[in-house]
Design a protein around this ligand. Structure first.
Ligand code: PLP
Length: 133
């Protein structure tokens, strides 16, 4: 199973290993503040990292990337999921955005989001009952 973290990474606490997640993907431009064009990310559980195959194999995921060997040999572990040359400028912007997220307790963010959700539901119930229609 692959989890989609587009709306959870940076907005609520998630422990992928505790949830026994196999794979997860997410984007850097939403709650991780990387801005348009920010790099996305991938999570691969440690138990899958040496067997999972990378469909977009590229030189940076090679076991010896600077040998430029014409025969592809994946790097051990998560490094095999790297593909081509990293987008350094976009990663710099994401790095600055991550500094903001890392300074926040995501448990506090989640508590506030629950309170806002409850307020919204209470107001819908209050304002959209039969007497107000
Ligand atoms: C934003 C989003 C993504 C990521 O979409 P890209 O723009 O292709 O990076 C994936 N899943 C969901 C549910 C999203 O909202």
């Amino acid at each position: 199973m692959i989890w989609d973290l587009a709306h959870s990474a940076g907005s609520m606490p998630i422990d992928l290993n505790a949830c026994d997640v196999d794979l997860a993907v997410g984007c850097g431009y939403k709650f991780l503040n990387g801005g348009p064009g920010a790099p996305a990310f991938l999570f691969v559980a440690g138990r899958h990292q040496d067997e999972a195959q990378q469909p977009l194999a590229g030189w940076l995921g090679h076991s010896s990337p600077f040998d430029f060997d014409p025969v592809y040999a994946p790097a051990p572990g998560i490094a095999r999921f790297l593909c081509g040359t990293p987008a350094i400028l976009s990663m710099s912007a994401l790095d600055a955005g991550l500094d903001v997220v890392l300074g926040v307790d995501l448990h506090d963010v989640r508590r506030k989001s629950i309170r806002l959700g409850e307020l919204f539901l209470d107001l819908v119930s209050q304002e959209c009952n039969d007497d107000n229609l």
